[in-house]
Ligand binder design. Structure first.
Ligand SMILES: [Fe+2]
Length: 155
């Protein structure tokens, strides 16, 4: 059944997108926080790497939220609601350089996997617009994880 004629399908896709939006918001804040608080001999490199990644995450929030709206649902935006919807763990303390890289790598891989799953769901309902958007997110998040992992060797 196509999502165009099936409101239950649109709702199902939207629920997954809401959760993905919330995860992205939490990862955005964590990456920005690490950008602020990173210390060590690789400060400058990591400060800039984290900036590249949080900027992309920030921009993607808008794209995801507007897709939820286009499917006919409200986009969550309060910090409380986003936190409740997210499965992404908040950082409870400020890790060292290596800890930051490992944590962000794992978060990006987890989110990439979720994006790929969401693309599969959207594809099932012939929603190729959402599927394409989520494949692009999966690709970017996997690339982020690779860059973070590659930086661990020298930290
Ligand atoms: Fe900054």
């Amino acid at each position: 059944m196509s999502y165009l004629t099936d409101s239950a399908a649109r709702q199902q896709i939207s629920e997954v997108l809401k959760s993905f939006l919330a995860d992205t918001a939490v990862l955005y804040m964590k990456t920005h926080g690490f950008h602020w608080n990173v210390e060590g001999v690789h400060f400058h490199t990591l400060h800039l790497l984290f900036e590249d990644q949080y900027t992309d995450l920030w921009k993607s929030l808008d794209t995801i939220a507007e897709r939820i709206r286009a499917l006919g649902f409200k986009a969550p935006y309060s910090l409380k609601e986003l936190q409740d919807l997210s499965e992404m763990k908040e950082a409870s303390e400020i890790p060292g350089e290596r800890g930051m890289l490992e944590e962000l790598r794992d978060c990006n891989m987890l989110l990439s996997h979720k994006a790929s799953e969401c693309a599969g769901l959207a594809e099932k309902f012939e929603d190729r617009v959402t599927a394409d958007m989520m494949i692009q997110r999966a690709e970017k998040l996997e690339m982020n994880a690779w860059m973070l992992n590659s930086s661990i060797g020298e930290s």
